[in-house]
Design a protein around this ligand. Structure first.
Ligand code: 4AD
Ligand code: MG
Length: 463
């Protein structure tokens, strides 16, 4: 097992003269005048370890097995490196080839592959420079998320993945059943008799952990969930997954203004953390993927977000003189083209849009005094559009009952959600950050399939 101190990231910081063992996967081998140069990576840093094998050190049969993709272990001594970009290199004295990789058939070559091709080899793409960087940034992002909330006293809670309530009402649910699909039990009216199913009623994969997070927030004040969520949206876009990760904080004694303030502080914190901990990975993204990434992140980490209401947003869009694919009128939801126009062209920074029409938002959002709008907030950022969705929750039992009815949701399915409003209710609010959307923002990667190791999208769940 590789132990701390033995990762290539550590090895690159150690003094010349150190004897050590290094493990990893070969990126390339190049031979010149009897000397072989091997670039090797173990995923711990963007910079590879260069290994120098002098003539006669290793027998030629073994040397021939050190090809791109092979897993190897070198013993040797660190020497000063004449090559640019690396302080030291390893002069090998011996090698163990754990797993050769037949050069004729190893699919991942040094030449630039397309992202589409790399998706087809998701079992090997983590060994590429791009995906090594993606997964290191994703790890840093995950850690920063926990650190932010833990430092502020939030309790990390775990909400169920199987649920019987539809939180977002978007109608994009994956069913969970053990019924025999060849012989589904039927009700007299022809519907499915879910009473005979595993849970005694219809069950689904969760689209959000929010409703259960509210239960915990109304006992522990500040909580957050961080886990996978599932939406069977049949939308093949570069920003939708069927399985994605969401962070959802939920705060009691909190209104929409507090919610917006926390969302800004949170985004700025994780951006700062990733800028500080992953400089080489971000430099790579900036150079090869999106030339504005670092500049944008540096700016966003310290500038205040813009805040407008939905009504103001609609007025700006109507006054833009653009011809939109989706027409803009008060009462219709903002589409990606509208979101991006606001954040990329009007304000050129993150924009928080609040107070959406009640008929386009979920039943649980607090109704404003005007009766027409709800205390919703979406955070929009350049290149991505919506990255966060949140709201102040409806804490008044009578108003909530009306909203359930209006949305066609049966009260008895939400009995516990209503009881929370009858026993010790208080103003509370929260939001959800899509982790993959955040990853796209941090890295400049253009397709959401390329910031998660094993993307699930319509027609695709191979790995
Ligand atoms: O706006 P959404 O639907 O909000 C909720 O689910 C609330 N229950 C959150 C809360 O208040 N606790 O989703 C939140 C975020 C979106 O802003 C977006 O970043 C991401 O989740 N998201 C998706 N990411 C990838 N693929 C999808 N299909 C996504 N749907 C939403
Ligand atoms: Mg949303």
């Amino acid at each position: 097992m590789i132990r701390p101190g033995e990762y290539i990231s550590d090895i690159l910081t150690r003094p010349v003269g150190t004897d050590l063992v290094a493990h990893g996967w070969v990126k390339t081998r190049r031979d010149s005048k009897g000397i072989s140069f091997v670039q090797m990576s173990d995923g711990s840093s963007f910079t590879d370890l260069q290994v120098v094998i002098e003539a006669g050190t290793i027998d030629s049969n073994t040397l021939e097995m050190i090809t791109t993709g092979a897993c190897v272990e070198f013993t040797g001594t660190l020497v000063e490196s004449p090559a640019a970009g690396q302080p030291v290199e390893l002069r090998a004295s011996s090698v163990v080839v754990h797993g050769p990789a037949a050069p004729a058939s190893y699919p991942l070559q040094k030449k630039g592959h397309t992202m589409e091709f790399l998706r087809e080899i998701a079992h090997l793409r983590p060994r590429s420079n791009t995906f090594g960087a993606v997964f290191r940034v994703r790890n840093a992002l995950s850690y920063a998320i926990h650190r932010f909330f833990q430092d502020r006293g939030f309790a990390y809670i775990h909400t169920p993945i199987i649920t019987t309530s539809d939180c977002e009402g978007a109608g994009a649910l994956f069913g969970v059943t053990t019924l025999d699909l060849m012989a589904v039990p039927r009700l007299p009216d022809g519907g499915v008799d879910f009473a005979q199913d595993f849970f005694g009623k219809a069950a689904y994969l969760a689209v959000s952990g929010q409703l259960e997070a509210e239960i915990l927030a109304l006992a522990m004040a500040n909580v957050y969930t961080f886990g996978p969520t599932f939406r069977a949206e049949n939308s093949n876009t570069p920003r939708h997954l069927a399985e994605f990760w969401m962070v959802e904080p939920e705060m009691a004694f909190c209104d929409l203004d507090d919610d917006v303030a926390l969302a800004q502080e949170f985004l700025q914190y994780i951006i700062r953390y990733v800028l500080d901990t992953c400089p080489s990975d971000l430099a790579f993204f900036n150079k090869r993927i999106e030339p504005t990434v670092i500049e944008t992140l540096e700016h966003v980490a310290q500038a205040d977000f813009e805040r407008i209401t939905y009504t103001e947003a609609v007025n700006l869009l109507a006054a833009s003189g653009r011809s939109w694919e989706f027409p803009v009128e008060w009462g219709s939801d903002l589409q990606a083209e509208h979101e991006r126009y606001l954040t990329e062209e009007v304000f050129r920074r993150p924009v928080v849009v609040t107070d959406y029409p009640r008929q386009i938002k979920a039943f649980y959002m607090r109704v404003n005094d005007d009766g027409r709008t709800v205390r919703a907030m979406d955070v929009l950022v350049p290149r991505i559009g919506e990255i966060i969705g949140g709201s102040q929750r409806e804490e008044r039992a009578d108003v909530l009952r009306n909203r359930l009815a209006e949305c066609g949701l049966p009260e008895d399915s939400y009995w516990w959600y209503l009881q929370l409003r009858e026993f010790g209710t208080v103003a509370h609010a929260g939001f959800g950050l899509g982790v993959e959307r955040m990853m796209m923002y941090l890295t400049g990667m253009k397709n959401i399939r390329d910031v998660i190791a094993f993307p699930r999208t319509p027609g695709s769940a191979e790995f």
